[in-house]
Design a protein around this ligand. Structure first.
Ligand code: NAG
Ligand code: NAG
Length: 365
């Protein structure tokens, strides 16, 4: 069965509309907003994430676990990847009803490559695919998962630009990396909590983050997570590479909380350098500083600004995130240390700049 001509044309029109909406032309990157659009309730909590084309296959797992709206910024480092990203978006929207209903997709590419608009008469091999599963299977065959830093090209992976784009327009958002999976029911729990009370503006609701050795069986609830935690199959996120980056979450306290059914903030924790929590927040959430690209300090700097801007951090009792795989030094690209060093200097400058940006804040970092 071929994709129907009507669907193709509708998609093509959507794409052209999106291309005309190119609202932000930066020096280095072209941004195509709303390659795939969805209507979102402004009171909803969105899951915002970013990925290179190679890592888009993680989307199927996210769609299963997160029952609410998702917003994904895709980075295409080369002209071929931009072409692949647009054809893929087209195939996903044609075959995956869940994608059409709940996912917004945006595309970013280096400004020297224009996103290649697929010719509706030439959708290539993707035209032969018949189901959502087949699209993801195909994606798994063409992708090289794990590579998120545009290796082999001169282009920096603009993670903070992608994060800002994905959370744009949302009131409450949980910004995560695409290779993480939220606990089951997290979206519903958050919705209930936020619908009941509006008092959470100004609070960052921290979702504790873990990493799992093998990603074959991702824990669904806290009980399952704790069983794996006790045998060392699950540990705090970044435990091996940067323990202080997550330690302020206070894992021992979280692990020992009494079991509860309702999601709620369980305890307040003070901000500490170099914490980089994952959280849900609404209100005037500072954007991610887009000068941070590639590896290092891109989320640390934003957490620091949240603190200076007056946000408090409260850790949720039941929800969590699990990263697929242990982060280990050997798995990283060779330029990681140089990037980290560069961003460390930028972070020092960033902290100075915050003093001028928030002259009345008694807080600093
Ligand atoms: C990297 O940039 C240089 C020019 O700055 C260019 O000649 C070269 O082809 C680029 N390499 C890749 C892989 O894009
Ligand atoms: C974690 O919480 C416990 C209370 O449950 C407290 O005694 C401990 O000092 C905290 N640890 C850190 C690192 O904040």
């Amino acid at each position: 069965m071929q994709m129907s001509y009507a669907i193709r044309c509708a998609f093509y029109q959507l794409l052209l509309a999106a291309l005309m909406l190119v609202a932000m032309l930066q020096l280095l990157y072209l941004v195509y907003r709303g390659l795939l659009k969805t209507t979102m309730d402004p009171n909803d909590v969105i899951l915002a994430t970013h990925a290179s084309v190679d890592n888009l296959l993680h989307l199927s797992g996210l769609l299963e676990r997160w029952e609410g709206p998702l917003s994904v910024s895709v980075f295409a480092a080369t002209k071929e990847e931009a072409q692949l990203a647009t054809v893929l978006t087209y195939a996903l929207s044609s075959h995956c009803p869940d994608m059409r209903a709940r996912v917004a997709m945006h595309l970013v590419c280096p400004s020297r490559y224009e996103a290649a608009v697929p010719d509706p008469r030439e959708p290539g091999e993707f035209a032969l695919l018949r189901s959502c599963q087949e699209v993801f299977d195909k994606l798994a065959r063409v992708a090289q998962p794990g590579i998120n830093y545009a290796l082999g090209t001169n282009v920096s992976y603009p993670n903070n630009l992608l994060r800002n784009l994905a959370r744009e327009g949302a009131n409450y958002a949980l910004v995560i990396d695409v290779d993480m999976v939220p606990s089951e029911g997290l979206w519903r729990g958050l919705r209930e909590m936020l619908d009941q009370s509006k008092q959470w503006a100004g609070t960052a609701l921290v979702v504790p983050a873990f990493e799992i050795r093998r990603a074959r069986r991702m824990p669904t609830n806290k009980n399952e997570l704790l069983q794996l935690y006790q045998v060392g199959e699950v540990r705090p996120f970044y435990y091996g590479l940067c323990t202080p980056c997550q330690a302020p979450t206070n894992y021992s306290r979280w692990v020992n909380l009494p079991e509860e059914t309702l999601l709620r903030p369980a305890y307040v924790v003070p901000w500490q350098d170099p914490w980089e929590p994952f959280y849900v927040a609404g209100g005037k959430v500072p954007t991610f500083d887009e000068r941070f690209r590639q590896y290092g300090f891109n989320r640390i700097s934003q957490a620091c600004e949240l603190h200076v801007a007056g946000f408090d951090f409260e850790v949720l009792n039941e929800g969590f995130l699990v990263h697929k795989g242990f982060k280990e030094a050997l798995k990283f690209h060779p330029q990681k240390e140089a990037e980290n060093q560069h961003n460390k200097i930028l972070y020092r400058q960033f902290k100075q700049e915050l003093k001028a940006k928030y002259p009345d804040s008694p807080r600093h970092c």
